[in-house]
Design a protein around this ligand. Structure first.
Ligand SMILES: NC(=O)c1ccc[n+]([C@@H]2O[C@H](COP(=O)([O-])OP(=O)(O)OC[C@H]3O[C@@H](n4cnc5c(N)ncnc54)[C@H](O)[C@@H]3O)[C@@H](O)[C@H]2O)c1
Length: 336
């Protein structure tokens, strides 16, 4: 039996679908704070009647799930991912991304889970200056979100060292693919860009658009998440294509694939989180240099550990991946 938390979200729902197709027995939970019923509906299966509305922080409910089922593998995909949401509600971000995860770890310890796979992030390399970035010896992060995930890894390591448990923390690069959220307050760049093109609107990017990030297609990520089930002990593994793209390069590909010709606008980085006025208020408003750094940071993760230890190679290139997102998003937006 496999437990997937955050199963109504982008990555969790795709993982559920893949494991279901592979014939796995699944327990799916989500508190629906960000997830949606739409994500649970696939052409060949609808998970809406199977998923349980449970919060990973709920000690009683989580204990009951572990007590009543023989869970061998846990995928802790639940989390609060948008950076400004974590900045604005730091205690909730810590409760979910850290305390909720420790609740999962503790039950995994008591009830004998063979392997826990944690959704971690390459956002913790935000202050890194060496590229491609390896898993070890990086500079500690600054913002709330990467710190919650960084601390979660430390607790996973503690459980592995203290009890001999097995946990792999997968540090995802920017994940894209069908089910990426394009409707939330601050959608991820890929979801936002395609949405604006769909409506023939002028997208607003920050800085010059020359900033480069690395990406990973959701199906490639899932392939690795399955491969790591077999390893023992504790490890942290980058999940990246080891190739990065600028905002402008991505936008050019999306425009071509969608047959559009709309010139983007570029805004000052100070306005990056303008939809979150709370961050600009109070005695200590967010620093311009932090926003500037967040927008302009360069990211490129080394993926050789995943290749050497797990025999994993990403298969989907950007054109094919974006085409799949476009098809998904166009279908979704045409129904709204
Ligand atoms: N998408 C990315 O580019 C990316 C990159 C790095 C890491 N991650 C991590 O991967 C995970 C999944 O990301 P995603 O893009 O699918 O995000 P998502 O928001 O689509 O999915 C997260 C899911 O977790 C659920 N959730 C939140 N708090 C919960 C709680 N307390 N109890 C139960 N469920 C809860 C949400 O409702 C949502 O369905 C997150 O932990 C995120 O931090 C994502």
């Amino acid at each position: 039996m496999r437990l997937i938390t955050g199963a109504a979200g982008f990555i969790g729902s795709q993982l559920a679908h893949r494991l279901w197709k592979d014939g796995a027995e699944l327990i799916l939970i989500d508190n629906f704070s960000y997830g949606s019923k739409d994500n649970l509906m696939f052409e060949d299966h609808d998970f809406n009647s199977e998923i349980q509305k449970v919060d990973i922080r709920d000690k009683e409910a989580i204990k009951e799930i572990f007590q009543n089922n023989k869970i061998d593998y846990v995928y802790n995909i639940a989390g609060i991912a948008p950076l400004p949401d974590c900045q604005l509600n730091p205690t909730e971000a810590i409760e979910v991304n850290l305390v909720g995860f420790v609740n999962i770890l503790e039950n995994s310890r008591i009830y004998g889970v063979k392997k826990v796979i944690q959704a971690s992030t390459n956002a913790m390399y935000e202050n890194e200056t060496e590229f491609p970035t390896h898993e070890d010896n990086f500079k500690q992060p600054t913002l709330i979100y990467p710190n919650t995930k960084y601390c979660a890894e430390r607790f996973a390591e503690s459980y592995c060292k203290t009890y001999g448990m097995n946990v792999t923390c997968l540090r995802f690069a920017n994940v894209y693919g069908p089910h990426i959220d394009c409707l939330r307050k601050q959608p991820p760049f890929v979801g936002y860009m395609i949405r604006e093109l769909y409506y023939d609107r002028v997208p607003v990017f920050h800085s010059t658009g020359e900033q480069r990030r690395d990406y990973i297609y959701v199906e490639d990520l899932i392939n690795l998440a399955i491969l790591v089930q077999k390893s023992e002990g504790f490890d942290c593994v980058n999940v990246s294509s080891n190739k990065n793209y600028s905002v402008n390069e991505m936008y050019a590909i999306a425009q071509r694939l969608m047959g559009k010709d709309i010139k983007a606008e570029y805004a000052n980085t100070d306005h990056y989180w303008y939809k979150y006025p709370g961050l600009y208020e109070g005695a200590y408003p967010i620093k311009s240099e932090i926003l500037n750094h967040e927008v302009n940071k360069y990211s490129l993760c080394d993926n050789s550990l995943a290749h050497e230890k797990y025999g994993w190679t990403p298969m989907v290139d950007m054109e094919e991946g974006l085409q799949n997102v476009i098809e998904y998003e166009v279908k979704l937006l045409s129904r709204k």
